[in-house]
Design a protein around this ligand. Structure first.
Ligand code: FAD
Length: 544
């Protein structure tokens, strides 16, 4: 798709240029870039002291930095990387040879490499059947992913009255799916609603491989591997990346380097970014958004207001009660966003030694993601705890050691371990997150010591980020990492609500551009890009 050009109506109409974007997450910055290119003068208002939202690199202990929340890109849509010339703005990708290393507590492990042939050789040690199935699994999801990929850059159709262009886009998508052939078409239809534990069992017999594959379906979700619909996570991943298993797509300097590059591209295109600028409310007059008021009382008028904040913040916190129709309000209150993720960062004086892993292999095998969750039952039990209002004493962990591929993040010889821990529900039945924070940190470290027994000796410092911190510090309602559950009932034309999936809010002049819109969470930039297209379309239709 060519880069967005400014419609002449927009370029000539100075009054239209006044546009506010609430939030400088990666999607807000992508939106700012495309709208600036289209002739607007976007003002991005970010409540925190730094831009980036969930894509930031922060120092958590003197000399030790890491990607505080997201650790890997989704990956980003290639079109965005090209349009914004992110590499020219300083972004440097790191792509380790390993996607995921998955150890068990007995010193056995499996490693999924980027190269499927190398993975098949590795799996051959465990199961000849799995070694044979794996390349087929990879190719199948690559094919299905290619057919689904156009979905990401598409605005979901108006369900009641689809426009001709929407029908055309759906037709093209359907044509691509038809092109898959009957076998893959059936697979696609079956997989979406399936429990990911069933899908993994259909393909593989090795329990640890099943669990490693299933993990993608439950990452960030309030769901266990036996929950219906969790296979959809693998399909979405394949659409984004051509691969069903989570990528290890890192950046030099951490995820903050991405949002810094996005910010530079947006500023160069004409946007302005203000940090420490928290929006208290969106002003509405006669059913139209007219600007915002900051928490310091400053009023900023705007022709258009775009919210990168999640649907909870946008509709329940920033709009005055009564601005939204009661039916809409009731539905948005039922939008599910119960966070279940915590993060633990460890500053380490040395690289921990994983049982059964040779020192010479360690650097390579630990350089992608490390999956802790040796079997499907383990993952399901970890979810059980959250169902009943507690965090798991044996959580499923998704770990990165970014200093293996980017030593600049810690002092020489030292390392950082960044641990994504599930399940840790936002709402605890007993106690609260402030009093139970360190208990969670202990549980995570204790589990890890089963795999890397010398870990405790090398811990210099520890940071625990609870779901409550995700809400309070990073502005994520309910501590949900994706701005709301990525389940089938909250995806595509249902995100955030059916009838409101086209980035427009029920208030005229107010739009959404964040992960609470299609295609949802993950560092892809797609919601931000799609939202900008809709805003530009509206201006072309009715320039004022
Ligand atoms: C712990 C965690 C781990 C994750 N891991 C991964 C991963 O490895 N890979 C991956 O692809 N995705 C991951 N994700 C998901 C991914 O990071 C998010 O889906 C994505 O970054 C959301 O981007 P966004 O721009 O839509 O929103 P955000 O990044 O949430 O940005 C929204 C911005 O709006 C600001 N804001 C909110 N309210 C206001 C207000 N009132 N005034 C002004 N500003 C406001 C916020 O401060 C924030 O900067 C993870 C997320 C989390 C939290």
């Amino acid at each position: 798709m060519p880069e967005t050009k400014a419609p002449s109506t927009l370029r000539s109409a100075g009054a239209l240029r006044n546009l506010i974007i609430i939030g400088a997450g990666h999607n807000g910055l992508v939106t700012a870039y495309y709208l600036a290119k289209a002739g607007f003068k976007p003002l991005v208002l970010e409540r925190r002291e730094i831009a980036g939202g969930a894509c930031v690199t922060e120092e958590f202990y003197p000399g030790f930095r890491c990607s505080t929340l997201a650790t890997s890109t989704g990956p980003l849509l290639p079109q965005i990387v090209r349009d914004l010339q992110l590499e020219r703005h300083g972004m440097e990708f790191i792509k380790p040879a390993v996607r995921v290393f998955s150890p068990d507590a007995n010193g056995r492990s499996l490693c999924l490499f980027e190269d499927p042939k190398r993975t098949a050789d590795e799996l051959g040690r465990l199961s000849a059947g799995d070694a044979k199935s794996y390349p087929d699994f990879i190719k199948t999801f690559a094919r299905i992913g290619r057919a689904l990929a156009p979905l990401l850059a598409m605005t979901p159709p108006n369900i009641d009255k689809p426009a001709k262009s929407e029908l055309w886009n759906l037709g093209k998508l359907g044509w691509g799916i038809r092109g898959l052939g009957r076998k893959d078409e059936y697979r696609l239809l079956r997989y979406g609603p399936m429990a990911v534990a069933d899908l993994a069992a259909e393909w593989f017999e090795t329990e640890s491989l099943r669990a490693t594959v299933a993990a993608r379906g439950i990452f960030g979700a309030f769901a266990g591997p036996w929950s219906a619909g969790t296979s959809a996570g693998l399909l979405l991943q394949a659409a984004t990346d051509g691969h069903a298993i989570a990528p290890a797509a890192f950046l030099k300097g951490g995820m903050g380097a991405l949002t810094q590059a996005l910010a530079k591209a947006a500023i160069e295109a004409g946007a302005e970014i203000r940090t420490n600028a928290e929006v208290a409310s969106v002003s509405v007059r006669d059913g139209k958004a007219t600007g915002v008021v900051l928490t310091n009382g400053e009023e900023i008028p705007a022709w258009t207001t775009v919210s990168n904040a999640d649907p909870g913040v946008t509709f329940l916190d920033l709009l005055a009660y009564g601005e939204l129709e009661p039916g809409f309000l009731a539905k948005i209150r039922n939008y599910r966003a119960h966070g279940t993720v915590a993060k633990v960062h460890l500053a380490l004086s040395a690289l921990p030694k994983f049982t059964g892993l040779d020192d010479e292999d360690a650097f390579e095998r630990l350089s992608g993601r490390i999956h802790i969750g040796p079997d499907i039952d383990y993952l399901e039990r970890a979810f059980d705890a959250a169902k009943y209002g507690d965090f798991s004493p044996r959580p499923y962990l998704d770990i990165t050691i970014p200093t293996l591929t980017d030593p600049s993040l810690a002092p020489v010889g030292a390392h950082v371990m960044s641990i994504h821990a599930q399940f840790a529900p936002y709402k605890l039945k007993d106690g609260d997150w402030n009093s139970r924070r360190e208990e969670l940190g202990d549980a995570v470290v204790n589990v890890l010591c089963d795999y890397a027994p010398n870990l405790k000796e090398s811990i210099v410092a520890r940071q625990v980020i609870t779901p409550l911190d995700l809400e309070k510090t990073y502005g994520l309602s309910g501590g949900h990492i994706h701005h709301g559950e990525m389940s089938l009932d909250q995806l595509f034309a249902f995100r955030p609500l059916i009838g409101w999936a086209q980035y427009r809010a029920p208030i005229k002049g107010l739009y959404l551009c964040g992960a609470g819109t299609h295609p949802g969470g993950g560092v892809t930039g797609a919601p931000g890009m799609n939202a900008s297209h809709e805003i530009i379309k509206d201006v072309k239709r009715s320039p004022r």
